[in-house]
Ligand binder design. Structure first.
Ligand SMILES: NC(=O)c1ccc[n+]([C@@H]2O[C@H](COP(=O)([O-])OP(=O)(O)OC[C@H]3O[C@@H](n4cnc5c(N)ncnc54)[C@H](OP(=O)(O)O)[C@@H]3O)[C@@H](O)[C@H]2O)c1
Length: 338
């Protein structure tokens, strides 16, 4: 890949900071790196691309002379700045939910659907964190056995909400241990020593996080017909999302065959020993999707349970975004289309 002029919008956030780290870890060839955020953190110095870089306040003119922008800010910021960045000649890889379901915007997990990248018109979206780890496991099963139905219950860490939520969990935990009352601000209920079966707003009996898992999975897998439903739950864990997933297959399978198919994916680590199940702490810092507790469902035909765990900030966000950039580079699709 030729050296690339890169900006990160939201560079001071949890995902933006991971993007900086992962670009370095994967030796992504940088000609320039620009760090953008709001006036709140403009002027901060951060290590990026092997040198100190000063964070700039984003403006409509921030994107000229760039090849590639990682957007890891809010959906509102993406809606405003992504079209401007594309017009100024950059390709945008967006981590927010702003454009994910737009028909002409690819929503990509490279090992699952990099064939969608060719259709990009300047913006490529990276899916929601809980969707990414799910589709990494579902894709090989769909190819091998055909998926009929997927039911998921998630156990999602607070870093999935961003740095304010991490601070809230730590502050509430301290307060409660000190005998004080918890003061919920980021979440609707106390998160310390609790679980909350609501992630984002309700719509039609489900939350928007649950709809993301349904709609994004169908789009990524090219399976608009897939039977899929989810319950998404926030748990007092700092990093790492877990999912208990029931899959029903069209063709007969066994737990061993499912483990074999998943093991063949370089992105997945299968834990075959039932007592050695993966937990969030195992996933933190890893780019693998960990799958354990693969077992036959006792109540259904061709139905199996999986326990899927991944680092939401890495494979669920930053690593996936950098992998999209690498895939675009390999396909010669990084030049802006302005
Ligand atoms: N966390 C995850 O696991 C995860 C997974 C998948 C997708 N995402 C998505 O990734 C994005 C970033 O999430 P995060 O967890 O990193 O959030 P975060 O820790 O709260 O960081 C937010 C970042 O965005 C910047 N920002 C906020 N509003 C902005 C605006 N209007 N203009 C420019 N910059 C703005 C902040 O800058 P300041 O420092 O100036 O405030 C900060 O750098 C979100 O869209 C989120 O939905 C997150």
């Amino acid at each position: 890949m030729k050296p690339t002029r890169v900006a990160i919008l939201g560079a001071t956030g949890l995902v933006g900071q991971r993007v900086i780290d992962i670009l370095a870890e994967r030796h992504f060839p940088l000609a320039e790196i620009r760090l953008l955020a709001t006036s709140r953190s403009a002027g901060t110095e951060m290590l990026a691309g092997g040198r100190k870089v000063t964070v700039e306040e984003v403006s409509d003119e921030s994107f000229s002379g760039l090849d590639l922008c990682f957007f890891a800010a809010s959906a509102g910021a993406s809606r405003h700045y992504a079209p401007l960045a594309v017009r100024q000649g950059a390709v945008v890889i967006d981590k927010s939910s702003a454009f994910r379901m737009d028909a002409d915007v690819p929503l990509v997990v490279p090992e699952v659907n990099s064939h969608h990248l060719g259709a990009h018109k300047g913006i490529v979206c990276s899916p929601n964190c809980s969707t990414i780890q799910l589709v990494v496991a579902l894709k090989p099963l769909d190819v091998a056995f055909g998926l009929r139905r997927v039911l998921a219950a998630t156990y999602q860490s607070v870093s999935g909400t961003g740095r304010d939520a991490v601070d809230e969990l730590i502050a509430q935990s301290r307060d409660i241990l000190d005998g004080k009352r918890a003061r919920p601000e980021v979440y609707p209920r106390q998160i310390a020593f609790n679980v909350i079966p609501q992630i984002d707003e309700f719509s039609g009996g489900y939350t928007s996080e649950e709809w993301k898992m349904v709609n994004e999975t169908r789009k990524i897998l090219d399976r608009p017909d897939l039977g899929i439903s989810a319950t998404c739950v926030r748990v007092p864990v700092l990093v790492g999302h877990c999912e208990a997933v029931l899959v029903e297959t069209e063709r007969p399978a066994s737990p061993e065959e499912i483990a074999d198919v998943l093991s063949a994916s370089p992105s997945i680590k299968v834990v075959r020993d039932e007592a050695d199940y993966p937990v969030p702490l195992d996933s933190a810092g890893s780019d693998h999707v960990l799958v354990g507790r693969i077992r036959r469902d006792v109540s259904g035909k061709n139905a199996f349970w999986l326990w899927i765990v991944a680092d939401n900030l890495r494979k669920g966000a930053a690593t996936n975004a950098v992998q999209i950039a690498e895939a675009l580079g390999k396909l010669g699709l990084l030049g802006g289309i302005a």
